[in-house]
Design a protein. Structure first.
Lengths: 328, 577, 306
């Protein structure tokens, strides 16, 4: 088991190293000078502009040789310093990300966990009840085929714009300051619900379909037929089928993370939710090297950690990995 | 053993985990959102003015000497020597009671009785200190030290600015109302680097002469709050009093979000760009003008050609190009009339008295597809291969690439319209949307062909526009002016001449203006398209008496630089409903 | 001893396949018989064909150009403009049908590229095993874990995607890992079969064996994988276009959503502008996914419920 986990860990470390290096390299290999863009946005006087250009290039360390910048990058990373932001001059990237991450996590964690649980449940139910199979499954297919941002728009249009049940944007009512009060909690949940719902619904579809197919497959497997032939109760058969079906669903969880993270980004943009998604768009438009780098790193780290957690859970659930015979 | 019990356990675990996640998030946001002294109920709606539209980034920059400071830092907290009214073309004595030229020196009298928010008095030393900070490398207003200002002396309450040679009057006039005066006793502790690029973010040391003081929201918060303070000098000196106890500026995440909040009466003064707002004007929603263009003009959008490329180097071709563009369609379709077509000289309406209107009318271009076609064919640009587009005189294809920054959707639509209408005259234009930095790169290094640019804003003098068009010498990299690389020593000489004319010599100034405008009209170094608006829409549910053309004629914008024009007047005249 | 992948591999829509090996001739007619009886396949295929026809024929039914401006600003659907107009006056129907074309092109190209890479990597890893497998597996795992969308955002932000083909290429090059993994697993189990050992004994080269023996026996699986890649690519492309990272010179459904949102279509009530493109994307992708499951049932008797 520890060998299995150790192998996984080493893959993740390697992935991190590769991804971080690519992340660092790509912005710098592209043409164009972000400082020029910064100066242009400030619309400084031409004489002042020349000076400012030199000044900012130096203070951002962009005039140093590439290998030096690469070294600084890793050194800074060790200190948790991701560099200064170019788009928001004066803020550090880690501050910006730290401010945005809680909101994105607030959407992602409940959405992933709840859609996984609910989806698997409904999928398993649909596998054995024809009625549910014929109604829930088509819905699940449509849901999983729906692009996140479109579902976000549809929900926002009907529930927020037309029927005004929920607010259309923001994380909480801007007249409130964050505090441990009922009012704030209510406002926060109100604003949180629609983006959460968007992520939940689309992911739910995928899990339900997956589980349903796996259960059906398991129920047709030899051991299931054998048990039934022996006269075992259906419930017992289903129990074993479910346990076997959970395994590939779990490895699918790791895969699905990448998809749902992308979904969270666009959903945030539609709802103006102040998470990482909105930050990315600003970073892109302003060619903010450091901010984009930092966000990307965070996403990578987050996904790797999540993958590792899933691997641990997989080890717990699948006894075969513990004996080193199987497991991917 | 994964039984039903453990399955239930997993579910419960998942549920609990989600709840915990939410709780953690709530804590993080509560902690990270900056220490606001008040809680939720502390800001009464009827005494608070909610603004939005200016701030897209976090509220980090409280340094008035660094560009892109938070909403209101200059204007509500830090003030300037004078203010400028662009609609009446008047300077308003503010922290200075007067200023005049004595030979080559400009002598300013600092107002008596002005106190900083920490109780200390404003002195001439503060003014001297402030202007001397601009000597630092990279300082925003540093140009004056390179173009004539040699030293500053003080005596009592007068500050004398000594100039070498004939001063650049026009540029100097701008400094009078843009440079914010900072307290020496606080800012002297900052190093040169901090003065130029620091954020001065210690919120306990935000000390200004203005009517508001810091109230909360620094950092990543959704709002920034300013609280009205007692002992503002203007109340006693000129009887001006701020009617709102709090001004809360809202951080923008998206225009959709802001528009929704605005329409739901939660924002009073919005300076967002809201395409489609014209549908809502009337009732509770107001704008400066009751009808099109609804907004005051804030800057000119120019179609900038690269004059080093063929056939853009041919003035006849440029004129035909100008005549082929249906600017009206851009105004109506793209902006639904919240902008207006520009004067052929490109000068903003507030400079109308300097514009030789008769000359502009007779020499300026007008939209006419047929005239454009004729002009092109007479000049030798003909469609020889029957593809609907004209070729160059030597037969080579003409396909002009017109760029705007990716994501600037109204400009993206505008250049599509331009390409569409130019097609009718036979000119092939291909719209492209590089990202902002890529565009700046192309533009500055001279690789572009056509680009839209609007960087020069409204101000006290059209000199800035002439400088933008004619500045010489042309360098390998043009960073802020003359992107088109127009080389006319004569026009540049005239521009510099204008700079050396004091604003009191009206007749002489007008003559030079007229000559320069003639160059713009006949040579078309750039093609003026439309005026972008000083975006402002009002929701009169909680506050009334916003600036209108028929009422309080003030600049209704919280964007940087406007409060210290007549924005403060706009705010002072508001009335709670 | 190399670890064996579990037989089933969960993919995005949860399609599960086990290889079926029945004699070729009987399989074909049996397949067709079940194909036409399978409701999901019929429904999915019909919808897909309908959308495809819509994309091909649709533009011919209108005189409007997707990029040109007309004198109707932000109008709801009417006789003149069947799907209404955008705020600056473009025809939504024209944009929609041209956008459908783009979706199909991107899906096909990206899907093919991803399938090609996935097959190359999967076959090589699964058949050749050993060090080749180890290296390719590491490569696959690394690319797999990095969220596609994050990479695409970074790359397209800097590369400024200029054309549909480039976008498709980019997507194809980043979305192959799960396919490679799945194909590898299948190849493993097939590689230990008798007929493969026979072919090996007869001295055929590894790629010959892969192409002539293994791939044909996985053909149904490969086809299903391709369909999923096709659908997945359309969704990814739509996301990129929505973020403004796709080619803006070409009309696409994601781009329509992007412009609609920038113009506050939501708050101004112009529902036709953003509802329509989303329906297009959902319809195509749902059709593909449903087809996928239907085909799965057709190819694998174990899954048939009828």
């Amino acid at each position: 088991m520890s060998r299995y986990l150790a192998r996984k860990l080493s893959i993740y470390l390697l992935t991190f190293f590769v991804a971080a290096s690519i992340d660092w390299a790509i912005p710098r290999l592209m043409p164009g000078d972000p400082i020029n863009g910064l100066i242009a946005r400030i619309q400084a006087d031409p004489t002042a502009a020349q000076e400012m250009h030199g000044y900012y290039t130096e203070s951002f360390g962009l005039d140093e040789p590439l290998w030096r910048q690469y070294l600084n990058f890793w050194l800074g990373l060790a200190h948790g310093d991701l560099g200064p932001s170019i788009a928001y001059v004066g803020s550090s990237v880690s501050d910006l990300i730290r401010a945005a991450i809680p909101y994105t996590l607030a959407l992602l964690i409940p959405a992933i966990v709840l859609s996984y649980i609910a989806g698997n449940r409904v999928g398993a139910l649909a596998a054995r009840r024809k009625v549910l199979d014929n109604t829930a499954l088509p819905v699940a297919y449509v849901l999983t085929a729906t692009p996140y941002m479109w579902l976000a728009l549809v929900l926002a249009y009907f529930l927020a714009f037309r029927w005004e049940i929920f607010p259309i944007s923001g994380a909480y009512d801007f007249a409130l300051q964050p505090a441990w009060t009922w009012e704030f909690a209510r406002s926060f949940l109100e604003h949180w619900f629609l983006p959460f719902l968007t992520l939940f619904l689309v992911s739910f579809g995928g899990w339900a379909i997956g589980m349903r197919n796996l259960i059906i497959y398991e129920l047709e497997a030899d051991y299931a037929n054998y048990l039934q032939a022996l006269g075992a109760p259906n419930r017992l058969v289903r129990k074993y089928a479910y346990r076997n079906a959970v395994l590939p669903q779990m490895s699918g969880l790791a895969l699905a993370l990448g998809v749902i993270v992308g979904g969270a980004l666009v959903t945030e943009i539609v709802f103006g939710y102040p998470g990482v998604g909105t930050l990315i768009i600003t970073a892109i438009t302003n060619r903010d090297y450091f901010l984009l780098q930092g966000i990307f790193l965070f996403i990578i780290i987050g996904v790797l950690i999540a993958n590792f957690l899933v691997d641990i859970a997989y080890v717990i659930v699948d006894p075969r990995t513990r004996t080193g015979l199987q497991g991917s | 053993m994964a039984s039903r019990k453990s399955r239930r356990k997993t579910e419960v675990f998942g549920f609990v985990a989600s709840v915990v996640a939410l709780a953690v998030v709530a804590t993080l946001t509560a902690g990270g959102a900056g220490a606001g002294p008040q809680g939720a109920a502390a800001v009464p709606r009827s005494q608070t003015l909610y603004t939005s539209g200016k701030q897209w980034g976090p509220y980090t920059n409280f340094n008035p000497l660094k560009p892109d400071y938070n909403t209101g830092v200059v204007g509500l907290v830090y003030e300037t020597l004078f203010r400028y009214d662009p609609l009446k073309d008047k300077f308003i004595p503010w922290l200075a009671t007067g200023g005049k030229w004595v030979g080559r020196n400009y002598v300013v009298t600092v107002r008596k009785g002005v106190k900083w928010s920490d109780g200390k008095a404003l002195t001439a030393a503060d003014v001297k200190f402030t202007f001397e900070t601009q000597k630092n490398t990279g300082a925003q207003y540093g140009t004056m030290w390179k173009t004539g200002l040699s030293r500053i002396t003080t005596r009592g309450r007068t500050v004398t600015f000594h100039f070498r040679g004939v001063p650049n009057y026009q540029e100097w006039d701008s400094n009078r109302y843009t440079v914010p005066i900072v307290p020496r006793h606080i800012f002297k502790a900052y190093s040169a680097t901090e003065l130029v690029s620091g954020n001065a973010s210690n919120t306990r040391r935000i000390v200004g002469t203005g009517p508001f003081a810091y109230g909360g929201g620094a950092g990543g918060s959704q709002t920034l709050q300013w609280n009205r303070r007692a002992n503002w000098w203007a109340t006693k000196a000129i009887g001006m009093r701020m009617p709102m106890k709090h001004i809360v500026d809202i951080h923008n995440t998206s225009n959709t979000a802001s528009l929704q909040n605005f329409l739901q009466n939660r924002i009073d003064l919005s300076n967002n760009f809201f395409p489609g707002i014209n549908r809502h004007v009337g009732g509770r929603v107001g704008t400066y003008y009751k009808r099109a263009p609804y907004m005051l003009a804030a800057n000119t959008a120019w179609l900038v050609p690269n004059l080093t490329k063929r056939p853009l180097n041919d003035v006849t071709f440029r004129r035909a190009l100008a005549e082929s563009i249906d600017i009206n369609r851009i105004v109506v379709a793209d902006y639904q009339r919240i902008v207006s077509k520009a004067n052929p000289t490109g000068l903003l309406p507030n400079w109308n008295r300097w514009v030789n209107q008769a000359q502009a009318k007779s020499l300026g271009f007008n939209f006419s597809t047929s005239r454009a076609r004729n002009r092109l064919s007479q000049a030798g640009y003909r469609d020889r291969n029957g593809d609907g587009f004209v070729e160059d005189k030597d037969g080579s294809t003409i396909n002009l690439r017109l760029i705007v920054p990716k994501g600037w959707s109204d400009w993206e639509t505008a250049i599509q319209i331009i390409a569409d209408s130019a097609k009718d005259a036979g000119i092939k234009i291909t719209p492209a949307y590089p990202d902002f930095n890529g565009l700046v790169d192309e533009r500055n290094t001279g690789k572009f062909e056509l680009v839209i640019n609007n960087e020069k804003q409204i101000g006290n003098t059209a000199y800035t526009y002439y400088d933008y068009l004619f500045r010489l010498p042309i360098l390998a990299s043009q960073t802020a002016a003359n992107f088109q690389r127009f080389s006319s020593p004569q026009a540049w000489a005239l521009t510099q001449q204008l700079n050396k004319v004091p604003s009191t010599s009206v007749a002489r100034a007008k003559r030079i203006h007229s000559q320069i405008q003639r160059v713009i009209l006949t040579q078309l170094p750039a093609i003026p398209l439309w005026y972008n608006g000083m975006w402002a829409q009002y929701n009169t549910t909680h506050w009334t008496n916003f600036p209108t053309s028929g009422g309080n004629q003030a600049t209704p914008s919280t964007w940087n630089g406007y409060i210290n024009m007549t924005g403060i007047d706009a705010l002072a005249k508001l009335r709670p409903r | 001893m190399a670890t064996v992948e579990p037989q089933q591999e969960t993919v995005v829509a949860g399609a599960v396949v086990a290889p079926s090996v029945t004699p070729q001739g009987r399989r074909r007619s049996e397949t067709l018989y079940f194909a036409f009886r399978n409701k999901k396949l019929v429904a999915g295929l019909s919808l897909l064909v309908f959308m495809l026809l819509f994309a091909i024929v649709g533009p011919m039914l209108t005189d409007y150009d997707p990029f040109e401006f007309y004198d109707a600003f932000g109008q709801p659907p009417s006789k003149e403009h069947w799907f209404g107009t955008t705020a600056p006056g473009q025809d939504v129907y024209a944009q929609f049908v041209y956008g459908l074309r783009s979706s199909f092109i991107v899906g096909a190209v990206a899907g093919s590229v991803a399938a090609a890479i996935g097959m190359a990597v999967g076959f090589a890893a699964g058949y050749l095993g050993g060090i080749v497998d180890d290296i390719l597996s590491i490569l696959t795992n690394v690319v797999l874990v990095i969220p596609t969308i994050a990479v695409l955002i970074i790359v397209s932000a800097y590369l400024s995607v200029g054309s549909l083909l480039w976008e498709a290429l980019l997507i194809g090059v980043t979305s192959w890992p799960w396919a490679a993994r799945a194909i590898r697993a299948q190849t493993f189990s097939l590689a230990s079969r008798d007929f493969v050992s026979l072919a090996r004994l007869s001295g055929q080269g590894p790629w010959r064996i892969i192409v002539k023996e293994i791939a044909p026996n996985m053909s149904s699986y490969l086809f299903l994988t391709f369909i999923l890649l096709f659908g997945g690519s359309i969704l990814i492309a739509a996301t990129l276009d929505f973020l403004g990272l796709g080619p803006s010179e070409v009309m696409s459904l994601g781009l329509m959503l992007n412009v609609a949102v920038s113009n506050s279509a939501l708050v101004l009530g112009m529902w036709w502008w953003f509802i329509v493109p989303g329906i297009g994307i959902t319809a195509i992708v749902a059709a593909l996914y449903v087809m996928n499951v239907g085909l799965d049932e057709v190819f694998n008797p174990k899954l048939r419920r009828t």
